[in-house]
Write a protein that binds this ligand. Structure first.
Ligand code: HEC
Length: 155
């Protein structure tokens, strides 16, 4: 088993995520598998402006600086997020912002204000407290709020 598969499997166990059958092929589109709790929804709405201002330029399908790699990792165009890290989005964002080697926002890691950081981390915590959902089909998320970067959201 390649090391990346083991790491993914461990992560799945640790986080109790829904994909117990192993990692999907790298290029497979990742459907959201996460049920949004009321707490998480509230935390997301509180953090939404920060995501919009600091992340969506690259991580939204309509962002001014969008690219296939950012979208493949975490597609924030709508909520819940899609992409390879969708099932562990809370942990992935926390790691990218406050891990040993912060990497996001790309090119300017560490540039968030304390307030911005607190909102994103509160969202990540709420995400992690949610249930490990069996699945959430697109039809069941008709109320998923659009999260559009729009013009001039900067980077
Ligand atoms: C300037 C473009 C840009 C911005 C702004 C940006 N990202 Fe990214 N992000 C990327 C790219 C490109 C990748 C793909 C991995 C890489 O190239 O580092 C990525 C990957 C990620 C990943 C996966 C990390 C990994 O190592 O696999 C996470 C999580 C993430 N971004 C979160 C965020 C968050 C949260 C913000 C806002 C605070 C943000 N990003 C802002 C471009 C960006």
């Amino acid at each position: 088993m390649p090391r990346s598969t083991i790491a993914l499997a461990l992560l799945s166990l640790t986080l109790g995520c829904a994909t117990s059958s192993g990692a999907p092929p790298a290029d497979a589109p990742t459907a959201p598998t996460h049920v949004v709790t009321a707490e998480e929804q509230a935390a997301f709405l509180a953090a939404k402006a920060v995501f919009t201002a600091r992340c969506l330029a690259c991580h939204s399908r309509t962002g001014a600086r969008r690219g296939p790699r950012a979208l493949r990792h975490l597609d924030m165009t709508s909520y819940p997020f899609a992409g390879r890290h969708a099932a562990q989005a809370g942990a992935a964002v926390r790691e990218a912002l406050t891990g040993k080697k912060p990497s996001m926002p790309k090119g300017k890691p560490g540039s968030l204000t304390a307030e911005e950081l607190a909102l994103l981390l509160a969202w990540a915590d709420a995400f992690d407290r949610g249930p490990a959902a069996p699945s959430m089909k697109p039809a069941e998320r008709a109320d998923a709020p659009p999260l559009d970067a729009g013009p001039g959201s900067g980077g």
